[in-house]
Ligand binder design. Structure first.
Ligand SMILES: NC(=O)c1ccc[n+]([C@@H]2O[C@H](COP(=O)([O-])OP(=O)(O)OC[C@H]3O[C@@H](n4cnc5c(N)ncnc54)[C@H](O)[C@@H]3O)[C@@H](O)[C@H]2O)c1
Length: 407
């Protein structure tokens, strides 16, 4: 089915960005929120994204005006009765989203696809709030949607292959990169990312390395931003919430670092509150401040943990191990996992993703390093069973000519 018209529910940060992406591709889009003022604020945010491009000379004022003709505001959901696809982007609240899906199910034509931009909630449960679970799926855009190419396409338990195909074609038609991901907590990218950023917080908490060193080493590896600066940008409260959802699903290996929780409770939420791992208030340079130092001492005293050793592997292999676990579970193919990590979080292109990274390092080496890390740092590093199977069968990576990929 071709998508001729799109509705976006929730005209906040993501809703406005998604509406911009859709209109930029030439499709009309209705941006709905609870009242006219909020919907208009969303439309203004779409215009601001275009205006920034005009200011940079990347598009003309006429083009801006043309694109804006495609964007309309709506208070409430009634005006979504003639759209082919709805992308829901309201706050991350299951009750609210389920209610909206229930209402959309009454309003939209039977064939309309109902998609959610949720970061971590169950797509199957949203489908169950409707009489058309076959036409419900997740379309997970990344922030900022007008920059990030990746869109995770997440079928629920009852989503039909036709709906997946329709959604994939739509994502391609708006110039984005669709990766179909089997439903699981955190889907693919946030799940693999969390294993890495949570380990970075642990390393800091345990005094393995100072803040700047942790971030700088990952930037030197090729990441666009260090893991702790990334957490500050995303918001520590949102990150902690995602960490809790992942913990509920995956258990102890995803235990949120106590430091993360302590910082959220202390109101250090990152860039938006002026303080997180870095201080964004006291001057130009982001710097570590005494407030963080006090919290670190408090958490260290409470957890009674001594200093732990630092290595880049600690972070990089936490990510690779989770990627292998996702591969084992059939969440996505090896190629798609690497593609998604490059397009979704900026995993360095020359390293080609966490599974190519393992192939280059040697799958046997990855296995041995994870075994060492499990000994020294704890069972969260227990190697994904697939690694041992691969090593036993000689799939040891690039040097052997075969690993996660064939060479
Ligand atoms: N912010 C991010 O970086 C990011 C990235 C990927 C996915 N997401 C997901 O996208 C969704 C939206 O996040 P956000 O950051 O844009 O939130 P936001 O708080 O900026 O916007 C939510 C909007 O939904 C509106 N809303 C609330 N109830 C509504 C209703 N009943 N009907 C219509 N509109 C309603 C609010 O008025 C608000 O404008 C969440 O599920 C979030 O997990 C967020």
């Amino acid at each position: 089915m071709y998508i001729y018209k799109v509705g976006v529910v929730g005209a906040g940060t993501m809703g406005a960005q998604i509406a911009e992406v859709v209109s930029y591709s030439g499709l009309p889009v209705v941006l709905a929120d609870v009242n006219a003022a909020l919907a208009k604020r969303g439309v203004d945010a779409v215009r601001a994204i275009y205006q920034a491009r005009v200011d940079k000379g990347k598009m003309s004022a006429e083009q801006l005006a043309e694109k804006m003709l495609l964007v309309s505001a709506s208070s409430g959901l009634e005006s979504l009765k003639d759209v082919d696809l709805v992308i829901e982007a309201v706050s991350e609240d299951m009750k609210l989203k389920a209610q909206i899906f229930h209402e959309l199910d009454q309003i939209c034509p039977r064939n309309t696809i109902l998609a959610s931009n949720t970061s971590a909630l169950s797509i199957s449960a949203l489908g169950a709030a409707t009489m058309r679970a076959d036409r419900v799926l997740g379309l997970h855009f990344f922030n900022p949607a007008y920059v990030m190419r990746l869109v995770e396409v997440i079928p629920g338990l009852a989503t039909t292959p036709q709906t997946i195909d329709d959604a994939v074609s739509f994502v391609e038609s708006i110039g984005k990169l669709p990766v179909v991901v089997k439903e699981c907590a955190g889907f693919l990218v946030n799940r693999v990312l969390m294993a890495y950023v949570n380990e970075a917080v642990r390393a800091l908490q345990e005094g393995a390395a100072p803040l700047q060193k942790i971030d700088q080493e990952m930037v030197s590896f090729g990441m666009p931003v260090g893991p702790l600066a990334l957490l500050d940008a995303v918001g520590l409260d949102i990150s902690f919430e995602v960490a809790r959802i992942l913990y509920r699903s995956y258990g102890p290996r995803m235990t949120p670092s106590p430091l993360l929780e302590t910082m959220v409770k202390a109101g250090r939420l990152g860039v938006k509150s002026g303080h997180g791992f870095y201080d964004y208030v006291s001057g130009e340079e982001r710097d570590q401040d005494q407030g963080l130092e006090r919290l670190l001492q408090e958490v260290r005293a409470r957890t009674g943990q001594g200093a732990s050793p630092w290595s880049q592997s600690r972070l990089l292999l936490a990510m690779t191990n989770e990627a292998v676990t996702a591969l084992q579970e059939g969440v996505a193919s090896a190629g798609d996992i690497d593609l998604a990590m490059m397009a979704g979080i900026g995993y360095p292109k020359d390293k080609e993703g966490p599974l190519h990274f393992a192939d280059r390092l040697g799958v046997d080496q990855v296995l041995h390093e994870l075994e060492d890390l499990a000994q020294t740092l704890g069972p969260r590093f227990w190697p994904a069973p697939m690694l041992r199977r691969m090593v036993d069968a000689g799939f040891t990576g690039q040097v052997a000519g075969r690993g996660f990929f064939t060479y």
